[in-house]
Design a protein around this ligand. Structure first.
Ligand code: AMP
Ligand code: ZN
Length: 460
């Protein structure tokens, strides 16, 4: 199996530290709001990696953290903690919003058939491990104290910038104008922040009450659960220049050797070829996909159709096309289930070996999906093909047990009549009548969702 290592900028043969078990760390969500579809694309990539490794016979020890403290509004450690800002805006405590959005995140990733990593540690439950890490760095002379925290001295670490291949001058140029005057270098980053009295989340430390820096969280939790050295670290490409660069500096400074063998990064999801941002109102959620009548697994299909190292541009038209293709794929696969024709076993093996070659070539899932499509479209209806597709589906992760969520069920004439009447009432803006019919349908166990493609009917 080959994977692209951001550190070497090369596809490398994957060799795990232990023959059988692969240890992975994935940067998890900051739980101050809903995960958007861009975030979720990165977790679909993480899931592809998991599934391909499992397919190859490895067992996994995989940790994905929940960031519930310390991720400041700017990744360069400026501004307020996102959790506190989110809590204030939503008039809740940071713990309440953390619990609420963690729960929704877990449901979202389940809806996308993303396998949940074996270990899901919360930052707030690992403060002692983080303090231990910071103390270790202080003892070795890599940290220094200022009036507002403990900072990592990047000039003391040979090799700062090796992941992003940026030099220190570029880091200075890239650093924000209003730099903290007490920092030795503008790109020095916070290991620990001192908390003013009114700061809600704070813990005792050798430097008074405070809270951890975001970067130390991942290094400390990774080390606790995966050991000093582990195989793979994943995240989105935005983490390369700051967050992961800082993780590398901290870990190598403490251990005198690299902690991670392969760094893998998923490219961004764009919207209408632009950035996804709250202010543009284009950060869609799984709930938004559902409310427009799309099956979350059709979104998964859309992600699988693009290589994880290429940008993926989201538009509702692309989503609609993905839904249509996904429906056809599932329907096509199911059409083989009771097939009685026989297929030459050499044909089946060739499909499978081409599929395996593609997934093992740095997760070339779009190519693998194309091969699965060729099997779906194969000229004979055969259970052997269905078995083959089921095997491929260990990686693709679709639902081949039933027609898709978005498919319309068979409707009785009575229900069809009511749905048409409701549509007519809506056209006439007769909301009272349309609500009455909705209630009548509900009593019959049917819900109607209005989508751009017209009403979609589901049984409850
Ligand atoms: P956060 O919750 O902000 O810590 O981000 C969670 C994950 O989503 C990180 O791995 C980010 O790199 C990733 N991410 C953020 N925005 C996007 C995007 N537009 N497309 C793909 N991944 C993203
Ligand atoms: Zn991280």
């Amino acid at each position: 199996m080959k994977v692209y290592n951001t550190l070497s900028r090369k596809k490398e043969e994957f060799k795990p530290i232990n023959d059988k078990e692969v240890r992975i760390y994935s940067c998890g969500p900051t739980v101050y709001n809903f995960a958007h579809i861009g975030n979720l694309r990165t977790y679909v990539f993480m899931d592809m990696l998991r599934r391909v490794l499992e397919y190859n016979g490895y067992t996994l020890k995989h940790a994905m953290n929940i960031t519930d403290v310390g991720h400041l509004v700017s990744d360069e450690d400026e501004g307020e903690d996102k959790m506190l800002k989110g809590a204030r805006e939503q008039k809740k405590t940071p713990w309440e919003i953390a619990e609420y959005y963690t729960d929704i995140f877990m449901k979202d990733i389940k809806a996308l058939n993303i396998e949940i990593p074996e270990i899901v540690p919360k930052a707030t439950e690992h403060i002692p491990e983080m303090l231990d890490f910071v103390t270790g760095l202080m003892d070795k002379g890599y940290g220094y104290e200022t009036s507002d925290g403990i900072y990592f001295d990047i000039e003391k670490f040979q090799g700062y910038g090796k992941l992003s291949r940026a030099n220190l001058e570029e880091q200075i140029a890239g650093a924000r104008v209003e730099v903290n005057e007490e920092k030795h270098h503008p790109a020095d980053f916070a290991l620990w922040k001192k908390a003013p009295k009114e700061h809600i989340m704070q813990w005792p430390s050798p430097w008074g009450m405070g809270y951890p820096g975001w970067h130390i969280e991942c290094s400390a939790m990774g080390r606790k659960y995966l050991g000093d050295v582990f195989d793979i670290h994943t995240g989105g490409v935005d983490h390369i220049p700051v967050h992961h660069e800082n993780e590398i500096a901290q870990s190598e400074a403490l251990l005198n050797r690299p902690a991670v063998n392969y760094w893998m990064h998923g490219e961004f999801m764009m919207v209408n070829n632009g950035k996804m941002s709250k202010s543009l109102g284009n950060t869609y959620t799984v709930g938004d996909l559902r409310s427009k009548g799309f099956d979350p697994l059709a979104f998964r299909y859309m992600c699988l159709n693009a290589h994880y190292r290429n940008k993926l541009n989201f538009t509702w038209e692309v989503m609609q096309a993905a839904q249509v293709s996904y429906d056809r794929f599932v329907e096509g696969a199911l059409s083989h289930k009771d097939g009685t024709e026989t297929v030459d076993s050499a044909v089946v093996s060739e499909f499978l070996s081409n599929f395996e070659d593609a997934v093992n070539d740095d997760l070339n899932i779009p190519k693998a999906l194309g091969i699965a499509w060729n099997a779906v479209r194969y000229g004979k209806k055969s259970q052997q093909i269905f078995e083959l597709l089921t095997r491929m589906n260990r990686i693709l992760g679709f639902d081949l047990t039933k027609k898709t969520e978005a498919n319309e069920p068979e409707l009785s004439p009575e229900i069809q009549k009511l749905v048409a009447e409701r549509q007519q009432a809506r056209t006439e803006k007769n909301w009272k009548r349309s609500d009455e019919i909705r209630d009548e349908l509900k009593a019959m166990g049917v819900v109607v969702e209005d989508t751009p493609a017209g009403p979609k009917v589901k049984f409850i």
